[in-house]
Design a protein around this ligand. Structure first.
Ligand SMILES: Cc1cc2nc3c(=O)[nH]c(=O)nc-3n(C[C@H](O)[C@H](O)[C@H](O)COP(=O)(O)OP(=O)(O)OC[C@H]3O[C@@H](n4cnc5c(N)ncnc54)[C@H](O)[C@@H]3O)c2cc1C
Length: 461
């Protein structure tokens, strides 16, 4: 029997358990404990929303948990009445609500566990892990209820770290429910009065979620979204699946060469009239190889200079969401402004906010509500479990400090750069080790590929 503790029961934790069970070697029994404080599994930040207008941002046929069965998610969603009329686009792709997609992930886990009942036990422990230490038989995981779990293998799947609001915010403003630091929490947006002028800080996918929720509620006030570069998440174009970015060439070794090659590819695709999206997707498919061929200082250059541009082209929005936002901009209800965030002070009717405009000019504006849409934090060190792993030298940060450093098999590297046998990290916290590990399909494919032959988890203890 192999005893495995999975820390985090969001999408990544469940995808790990599903693929581990399906690929377990004959004769090996897996005893898996998922440590997850929430009552529901498979949701996490992305799929824990109860707002029906929050949709998956890629079509359901690209969100299957299984690489060799691309319609698996769509079939489940169809059988469970989740393909509502609002979810289909002109090309027949389904962008279902994220809540229903979370149900699909959970239901798939239950089915896989039921099919493997004699060989795999899965237990959901409702707690948070606060620490982890090495013992002779493997690891000791400390939980916030004071108890401990022993494990031969530990998979860290605890996902995104919520971000800390940027800017200087006075104490009164921080206490006001109309200043919303975590828009994903249930009902957070209900505190916004229907006619308030709303400031959205950030212009990516979270901003799209919040904007579409307000528009859907027929919000009457003006919506202003700000970001330093004013970049907005882009819509989809043609979908491509070919991993043909590199072809027979060797990967680029500098950030500059990477951009040049991407530009050349886009120019070629432009002549064929297929838009820039297939080039971005082709790069994404081969990113782990390309990323690991870049020296650490070039990886850091990519993060510093290119990441904001990459994010808005890589993380695209569903056509319904794009259309709703475009309409709101056309009618003047919404605007996107190039500005950073300065001081925020509360006053009688809301907040006075300093907006840092290009060139350094500060403009003061009044808003009735402020919502931080800055997405998950990059400073993963703030996570108490990560902090404890770093302090005990069981783990170290990756070269770009985006998450934990792993080898190509997702095995955690300790402070000296040695593999910590039996300790793994998966999902967004490994983005810095692979170049990309945020989207559900990227995470699921990575897990499926690694766990396929069963030896990664079942080697002799
Ligand atoms: C708002 C949003 C929308 C997205 N939409 C899409 C989409 O449409 N399509 C797509 O492909 N990708 C999408 N993504 C990306 C993607 O699906 C996520 O990256 C993925 O869900 C990551 O899952 P996760 O389980 O690693 O992290 P999370 O969703 O952050 O879940 C982590 C889980 O770990 C638990 N946890 C945290 N700390 C501890 C601890 N110490 N002990 C125990 N448990 C802990 C949390 O309670 C949580 O349930 C979206 C991401 C976000 C944030």
């Amino acid at each position: 029997m192999v005893n495995i503790v999975v820390i985090g029961g969001g999408f990544t934790g469940l995808a790990f358990v599903i693929h581990a069970i399906r690929a377990r070697p004959a004769g090996v029994i897996f005893d898996l404990t998922i440590v997850e404080p929430s009552a529901k599994l498979g949701r996490g930040i992305a799929y824990g929303t109860t707002e029906p207008l929050h949709r998956i941002n890629v079509p359901s046929d690209r969100m299957s948990l299984f690489a060799d069965d691309s319609t698996h998610a769509t079939r489940w969603l169809r059988e469970h009445d989740a393909l509502d009329t609002g979810s289909v686009d002109e090309q027949g792709h389904y962008y279902v609500s994220r809540q229903r997609y979370g149900e699909y992930v959970d239901a798939t886990l239950k089915q896989v566990v039921a099919e493997a009942a004699a060989h795999a036990r899965v237990n959901h422990r409702r707690a948070s892990a606060t620490g982890l230490s090495k013992i002779s038989s493997g690891f000791n995981v400390t939980l916030d209820d004071g108890s401990q779990l022993e494990a031969q293998r530990v998979a860290l799947c605890f996902g995104h770290t919520p971000s800390k609001p940027p800017g200087r915010i006075d104490e009164d403003a921080l206490r006001d429910p109309r200043l919303i630091a975590h828009p994903w929490s249930h009902d957070a947006l209900h505190a916004i009065p229907g006619d308030a002028s709303v400031l959205l800080v950030g212009t990516g996918l979270t901003m799209a979620d919040v904007a579409v929720t307000l528009i859907g509620r027929e919000h009457r006030g003006r919506i202003t979204a700000i970001s330093r570069r004013g970049l907005r998440a882009q819509p989809h174009g043609i979908f491509a699946d070919a991993a043909d970015f590199l072809g027979n060439t060797t990967p680029p070794t500098t950030a500059r060469e990477l951009v040049q090659r991407l530009r050349q590819r886009i120019a070629r695709d432009k002549q064929a009239n297929i838009g820039w999206q297939p080039a971005a997707d082709a790069l994404r498919f081969e990113l782990p190889r390309i990323w690991n061929a870049l020296p650490a200082h070039e990886q850091r250059r990519v993060v510093r200079r290119l990441l904001p541009f990459w994010d808005v082209h890589r993380f695209r929005i569903a056509p319904q969401i794009h259309a709703a936002i475009e309409r709101a901009i056309e009618t003047g209800q919404m605007r996107v402004v190039k500005a950073g965030i300065g001081d925020i002070q509360r006053h009688a009717h809301g907040f006075r906010v300093g907006l840092k405009r290009p060139g350094g000019r500060i403009e003061e504006h009044d808003f009735g509500a402020v919502v931080f849409c800055t997405g998950p934090a990059r400073d993963i060190e703030r996570n108490p479990l990560v902090k404890s792993l770093l302090e005990s030298r069981l783990a170290r940060l990756d070269a770009v400090k985006a998450g934990l450093d792993t080898d190509l098999q997702s095995r955690i590297l300790d402070a000296e750069g040695n593999v910590s046998p039996g300790l793994f990290a998966f999902g967004p916290m490994t983005r810095g080790s692979f170049g990309e590990m945020t989207g559900a399909p990227d995470i699921a494919r990575h897990l499926e590929r690694l766990l396929k032959d069963g030896s990664l988890l079942a080697y002799p203890v």
